[in-house]
Design a protein around this ligand. Structure first.
Ligand SMILES: [Zn+2]
Length: 323
């Protein structure tokens, strides 16, 4: 049984996952995101308490932690943008000290987008694919890479962070400090902001969200359609660049904004035709993610298994081949 924790800005989830990548039991708490570091850690501890109360915990063989980033997998620390009290917080060590965690078991840390990538590669849309880019298009834009049949997490666990690739050198300044990042065009926040700037207003008078823009776009509103076209174009440029760099076999797109379906995928594929023009980059398939809700947990389990040298999930995430 693989243990998994998934730390996000809105919820802290935990699960026990079997060797086939199926969630067997789970627990979840809201993230006290504005509270102190200790209160946050207490919520994580409660989730571990819940999991440890299940009889399946007795056969725990590894533990993986997926967290909103940035993460530092070398130091075992997390600094989630949406959880201000945690900066270089030693999450791995804190979880390791939980009395229910078996002595000698060191939790493995992975960023949330890399976790989603590991999950899609283990049991989802990228299963069996040697070279893939998996993207999470949500309030931000993240991603991860499969290279040579394994998750490529990079030295500190942040490789594949496609949201902060520059697609317009003269574009708007991004909170990361660079200019014209993909995230400034393709995140849900950016889609809603661009629609508002062009004179669109949410049809119900509620908050301006990408979902509201999508509803207007389905009704034919040209400002809403333009916001999705702009997002799809930025994603296409980043995908074409990545494909030229590492020769992709598949692109998987998940996250809340991808739920807009063809509203996002159609302009993405359309613009990809004009950016991915080399023989080896042309016609790379772009498909939706398959593991919407549990990807973070399944990916964390894969990371735990990888660090412990277990199973095919381990082979995927570390590059080791199964014996
Ligand atoms: Zn940026």
């Amino acid at each position: 049984m693989y243990g998994a924790l998934d730390i996000g800005g809105t919820k802290i989830a935990g699960a026990l996952v079997d060797a086939e990548g199926r969630v067997v039991v789970r627990s979840q708490r809201p993230t006290p995101a504005r509270e102190s570091a200790d209160v946050l850690m207490a919520a994580v501890t409660s989730v571990v308490d819940d999991l440890a109360a299940y009889p399946e915990w007795a056969s725990l063989s590894c533990l993986g932690i997926g967290s909103a980033g940035p993460v530092d997998t070398v130091a075992g620390t997390v600094s989630p943008v949406n959880i201000p009290a945690w900066r270089a917080f030693p999450l791995v060590e804190q979880v390791r000290r939980h009395p229910a965690v078996p002595r000698g078991m060191k939790p493995a840390l992975i960023g949330d987008a890399v976790a989603m990538t590991a999950a899609e590669h283990w049991t989802g849309a990228a299963k069996g694919v040697a070279n893939a880019l998996c993207m999470v298009v949500s309030t931000g834009v993240g991603g991860g890479l499969i290279l040579g049949g394994s998750v490529h997490a990079g030295t500190t666990g942040n490789a594949g962070h496609i949201g902060h690739i520059t697609v317009d050198q003269n574009g708007p300044v991004c909170p990361c400090g660079a200019r014209g990042c993909v995230e400034r065009y393709a995140s849900g926040t950016a889609i809603a902001a661009h629609a508002l700037e062009s004179g669109w207003a949410p049809p119900g008078g509620g908050p301006a969200t990408a979902r509201e823009v999508e509803i207007s776009a389905r009704g034919g509103d040209p400002r809403a359609l333009a916001a999705f076209d702009r997002a799809g174009r930025a994603l296409a440029a980043a995908i074409a660049a990545t494909s030229a760099l590492v020769e992709l076999d598949l692109v998987v797109v998940g996250g809340g904004v991808s739920q807009a379906g063809e509203m996002l995928f159609a302009p993405l594929r359309h613009h990809l035709k004009s950016y991915a023009v080399l023989d080896f980059t042309r016609d790379v398939p772009v498909v939706p993610a398959e593991l919407a809700l549990d990807a973070g947990l399944i990916g964390a389990a894969a990371a735990g298994a990888a660090a412990t040298g277990l199973s095919r999930a381990g082979a995927y995430a570390t590059g080791r081949t199964s014996a």
